[in-house]
Write a protein that binds this ligand. Structure first.
Ligand code: SF4
Ligand code: SF4
Length: 84
């Protein structure tokens, strides 16, 4: 499941550099996560790094993008060019 940034985001920019997949960018009003690039940090870290650093706790799971751990890992392999 990808994560999503809610409108409680205060545009602090802390999360963007922490994302190992470069999935976070500045949107029109708040920061946004590209669900095609977010692996919930699977493959890189045990915990979603953006959630760890967000000072207002506004990055929940996105129910619109349901994925299993295995699907997230496959996405990680494709993004990093490690899939056969
Ligand atoms: S959970 Fe990980 S991969 Fe997804 S946006 Fe946050 S830092 Fe990036
Ligand atoms: S860390 Fe949280 S408040 Fe800061 S830009 Fe990212 S989502 Fe927004």
């Amino acid at each position: 499941m990808a994560l999503i940034i809610t409108d409680e985001c205060i545009n602090c920019d802390v999360c963007e550099p922490e994302c190992p997949n470069n999935a976070i960018s500045q949107g029109e009003e708040i920061y946004v996560i590209d669900p095609n690039l977010c692996t919930q940090c699977v493959g890189h870290y045990d915990e979603p790094q953006c959630q760890q650093v967000c000072p207002v706790d506004c990055i929940p799971l996105d129910p619109a993008h349901q994925e299993t751990h295995d699907e997230l890992y496959q996405k990680y392999l494709i993004i990093t060019g490690k899939s056969a």
